[in-house]
Design a protein around this ligand. Structure first.
Ligand code: KIV
Length: 272
């Protein structure tokens, strides 16, 4: 296989930019393991995000703060093994890029080299511009993230819509700074529709919204949320495309019943 083969079929930063220029929407989903990555691989989803939502969604943590570089590399590598088409983005976890440019470069390199990611995602605006510039200069594509940034949950004081009132102008300014610093895309999380539309028009690179309305260049959802497990989580922005939580619970209960009443395994499941 040619060393250039991967880029022939892969969604890349160039694809994303062209999509924006052509007015074509970009689809992104989170994923944390090879089993689901294999299913997503069969679709035409453009970008797969190994989000640090890994903490809440898979590792049973109450937020994303305890997620470490080692967690992210472990799960990114699992997704990478089952993925050959979508662009693979990995979140840089809490405090893995804020301390210094050197720290950001070292950790981004690990996600690319050991995890197999094609881009890293970082949360924040003006404060991390030097890191974004250094990573892009080093050839590492960077996705920005503004609005509700879960790594700052203790500062933001809860999972609520960001950028209302006076905060809007600051978010537009920071989006432009990130775009000028070289991000290849910008996630906007829990942002009013009008502000997301303004930012989308103001920057060169695609915006990917979650709870930011229909006017962003693309959309992202957490895979497990859109599949309906756990079934209790239902924020306004979420559309559930399946109710797998209920389906799995029913299957588990039926298996338990059949084992206990002795009807499983049946003759057809048994070797003679
Ligand atoms: O960690 C994550 O899943 C994210 C998405 C919600 C954008 O950052």
């Amino acid at each position: 296989m040619s060393k250039h083969n991967d880029q022939a079929t892969r969604v890349t930063v160039k694809t994303l930019l062209k999509r924006k220029q052509d007015g074509q929407k970009i689809s992104m989903l989170t994923c944390y393991d090879a089993a689901f990555a294999g299913i997503i691989e069969k679709s035409t989803i453009d970008m797969v995000l190994v989000g640090d939502s890994l903490g809440n969604v898979v590792l049973g943590m109450k937020d994303t703060i305890p997620v470490t570089m080692d967690h992210m590399i472990h799960h990114t590598a699992a997704v990478a093994r089952a993925s050959s088409r979508a662009m693979l983005v990995a979140d840089m976890p809490f405090m893995s890029y804020n301390i210094s440019i050197e720290q950001a470069l070292t950790n981004a390199a690990r996600l690319i080299q050991e995890g197999g990611a094609h881009a890293v995602k970082v949360e924040g605006g003006s404060a991390i511009i030097p890191q974004v510039k250094a990573m892009t200069r080093a050839g590492i594509p960077v996705v920005g993230h503004l609005g509700l940034t879960p790594q700052s949950i203790h500062t933001l004081g809860g999972y609520k819509v960001q950028g209302r009132g006076d905060e809007a102008a600051k978010m537009v300014r920071e989006a432009k700074e990130l775009s000028d610093a070289g991000v290849c895309a910008l996630v906007l999380e829990l942002v009013p529709q009008g502000l997301a539309k303004e930012i989308t028009a103001a920057i060169k690179v695609p915006t990917i919204g979650i709870g930011a309305g229909p006017d962003t260049d693309g959309q992202v959802l957490v895979l497990q949320d859109m599949l309906g497990f756990p079934s209790e989580f239902s924020p306004k922005f979420l559309k559930r495309y399946a109710t797998l939580g209920e389906t799995i619970a029913a299957a588990v209960a039926q298996y338990d019943l059949e084992v206990k009443e002795g009807s499983f395994p049946a003759p057809e499941h048994t070797f003679q």
